[in-house]
Ligand binder design. Structure first.
Ligand code: SF4
Ligand code: SF4
Length: 170
């Protein structure tokens, strides 16, 4: 991966657990079979119960840039519910009252690698734009996340996006 990138000296980020990335407009938090099994075990519920209460199948996704549709057969996302605190927004069902993630040790990869996603790291500008949304980005008390750690997260996210295995049920 290219080492001559704008973030080679690291970036300031530390999650404040404000919970903002777990609420907001409707979106997708992709979750695969392996992740669902681990979450179900952690919650001590069956896989079926987890799927029914906390996930849903997504058959299509619209590209916001050009309106084109990506069609999926068996891809799952965590479910969101209308937010009580912020009317008009949608909360992940694992978002706790205090803004923390109630499955934190087993949250999906997409949550783990945020904000080190390709679309956010693609330029300093996109990173700064994301900082308007995530208070942990460029937070004055945050430590600098070093380049190797950024790359590790970025690579994991890219690989996950490429290899995300859809759920196996019909
Ligand atoms: S928006 Fe940023 S600071 Fe807030 S919970 Fe998400 S990652 Fe953490
Ligand atoms: S699983 Fe946890 S970290 Fe991910 S969106 Fe839901 S509450 Fe947030």
């Amino acid at each position: 991966m290219d080492k001559d990138v704008w973030y080679k000296k690291g970036v300031r980020f530390s999650c404040t657990q404000c919970g903002r990335c777990c609420t907001g407009p409707e979106g997708f938090v992709w979750v695969n079979d392996n992740e669902m099994k681990k979450i179900a075990q952690y919650l001590n519920i069956s896989l079926e119960e987890l799927k029914e209460k906390h996930t849903h199948l997504v058959k299509r996704e619209e590209n916001p840039k050009n309106g084109s549709l990506k069609k999926y057969k068996k891809k799952r996302s965590l479910t969101e519910i209308p937010s009580e605190k912020n009317p008009g927004d949608f909360d992940c069902t694992f978002l706790a009252e205090d803004g923390a993630c109630s499955i934190y040790p087993h949250r999906p990869k997409q949550c783990r690698t945020y904000p080190f996603w390709p679309e956010i790291l693609k330029s300093k500008r996109s990173w700064e734009n994301e900082a308007r949304y995530c208070e942990g980005i460029n937070h004055k008390e945050a430590n600098v996340v070093a380049f190797p750690s950024i790359q590790e997260n970025l690579t994991e996210q890219i690989q996950y996006e490429r290899t995300h295995k859809p759920s196996e049920e019909s």
